[in-house]
Ligand binder design. Structure first.
Ligand SMILES: Cc1cc2nc3c(=O)[nH]c(=O)nc-3n(C[C@H](O)[C@H](O)[C@H](O)COP(=O)(O)OP(=O)(O)OC[C@H]3O[C@@H](n4cnc5c(N)ncnc54)[C@H](O)[C@@H]3O)c2cc1C
Length: 465
């Protein structure tokens, strides 16, 4: 096995979280890996200094990190968020647990996790990392790539296998699309919403100004503000709203309008935010987009992975988690197919494309849940009924959020299909007269059990948990 591995050389383009993790995993299988990154080494240049941008890591991500032994080290600097805390427009607060008592999503520093993965890749004797090398060309006949380095010099590198882990605007993907004979289907859709990062600083003693172990949401239907905690006591906040239109990033174009907007919709958050009006006016909003592409492979030797293959909106907190899962699954196929790369890559594409599409769809739908429904009484009641039913019949009903976030053995495509059936069932349950008063009564759960058994056994997808 090691002999087969040593014969192959692998180039990975992009040392973001996914490219760095992939490099570690493939080196551990015995491969010689060259990891190319267009940016300078952030550990030396402090390009992230002063920025506390964070991400939610959940069980799919943890499972992949566990496979390379990095989970415990990352957990030391991560903050568990056990619930959503919703702040309504009058400042009233409601809480909604994410799962069972001990289930949490974890706030981690984006730069921190990336640098920890790069540290780990560097420890592998068969990984060479080339910072400041931007991929500009790729000859798909022999996998010869051209890079421009920071000194504007050209570097040519040839390898047996090439991965595009170069993010939502992937160069590898764009070069694939230019191939005349490959018949590549592709779409990049911009969402109506863009986003902007704002911040809540720590108290003077370094403590958090809001409940620390929670993801805070200020849902306002067409827009929302969220906040995730950082270990230094601050929160990174993200404002999601329409890019253009009546109330949008474009329409809020002067100090008075921005001030009125924050006072009207986020008056309780204003107390904590760090100069939100000036901050807002000094920044440009960033776009959100969805990417679909097929195939993910060319010539059985060039493949896309992570955001390059399936960029999604951040409303399920799954982009990086999904990319990490891509790496874990690919590494498992390397063993399963005994290092036969055409088989490994075909199996990888087959398995991950459908799951990538499913989480793109789920993430898109979740904007409505976060920005609108999470403040809605009816919706919160549905969640309570589902949680209770899950507790009573854990084999029969796993809430959709739990399937996506805390159940790494349930593929995203199955979660999506089951979630659609659950929605139909819950629509019927919510029609029970006086459900607001009746929801804890046995007859509600008897009906739920009956409907679930009927719909799931009648379903041709042969879904069973
Ligand atoms: C606002 C926001 C919030 C998010 N929140 C979450 C969350 O809570 N949980 C979660 O799981 N995900 C979240 N995501 C998604 C997550 O950030 C991405 O899915 C993840 O970063 C993808 O990792 P990647 O390594 O595939 O791509 P990237 O992180 O984009 O890394 C790609 C790397 O490739 C390099 N590169 C690009 N072009 C070239 C080139 N030509 N040559 C060489 N190198 C190149 C780039 O410099 C970069 O380092 C969020 C995204 C956004 C925008």
């Amino acid at each position: 096995m090691a002999e087969q591995a040593q014969q192959k050389t692998i180039a990975i383009n992009g040392a973001g979280p996914v490219g760095a993790l992939l490099a570690v995993m493939l080196a551990k299988k015995g491969y010689q890996v060259d990891l190319f990154e267009s940016r300078p080494d952030s550990r030396k240049t402090n390009i992230y200094q002063g920025k506390s941008i964070n991400l939610a890591l959940s069980d799919r991500g943890w499972k992949a990190l566990n496979a390379v032994g990095l989970d415990e080290e990352i957990r030391q600097q991560a903050i568990p968020m056990f619930c959503r805390v919703m702040h309504d427009v009058d400042g009233k607060i409601t809480k909604q647990p994410y799962g069972k008592e001990d289930q949490a999503i974890w706030s981690v520093s984006r730069a921190g996790i990336n640098e920890q993965l790069i540290d780990l890749a560097e420890k592998e004797s068969t990984v060479n990392i080339h910072f400041g090398h931007r991929l500009t060309q790729l000859n798909f006949d022999d996998n010869t790539a051209v890079y421009i380095n920071d000194n504007h010099h050209q570097k040519i590198h040839q390898s047996d296998l090439v991965f595009g882990a170069d993010g939502a605007f992937s160069k590898v993907r764009r070069l694939m699309q230019e191939l005349p004979k490959e018949r590549i289907s592709y779409s990049l859709d911009y969402m109506q919403q863009s986003y902007m990062e704002l911040s809540i600083p720590a108290n003077e003693d370094g403590s958090h100004k809001l409940e620390k172990n929670a993801l805070h949401i200020w849902p306002r239907k067409n827009f929302m503000l969220i906040a995730l905690p950082n270990v230094d006591g601050s929160f990174t906040c993200t404002l999601f709203m329409n890019h253009d239109g009546e109330l949008s990033f474009s329409s809020l174009d002067n100090k008075q309008k921005v001030n009125e907007f924050f006072q009207k919709y986020f008056s309780d958050a204003m107390v904590y935010l760090d100069n939100p009006v000036e901050d807002f006016l000094s920044k440009a909003p960033s776009p959100l987009c969805l990417v679909h592409i097929y195939p993910w492979l060319v010539n059985d030797s060039v493949a896309l992975i992570g955001d390059a293959a399936h960029a999604m909106v951040p409303f399920y907190g799954q982009g990086m988690n999904c990319g990490f899962e891509d790496c874990r699954v690919l590494a498992e196929f390397v063993n399963e197919h005994n290092h036969q790369w055409p088989d490994v890559l075909e199996a990888y594409q087959q398995e991950r494309k459908a799951n990538g599409d499913a989480i793109i769809e789920l993430a898109k739908r979740n904007f409505v849940e976060m920005s609108d429904l999470s403040g809605d009484e009816n919706f919160l009641l549905r969640k309570k009924i589902e949680a209770q039913f899950h507790q009573m019949y854990p084999q029969l009903w796993v809430p959709l959020y739990t399937m996506v976030t805390f159940s790494p053995d349930i593929p995203y495509k199955k979660a999506l299909a089951l979630g659609d059936i659950q929605k139909e069932i819950m629509d019927e349950i919510m029609q029970i007269p006086n459900i607001e008063q009746e929801w804890q009564q046995a007859h509600v759960y008897q009906k739920l059990q009956q409907l679930t058994q009927d719909k799931l056994t009648a379903n041709p997808l042969e879904i069973s948990l």
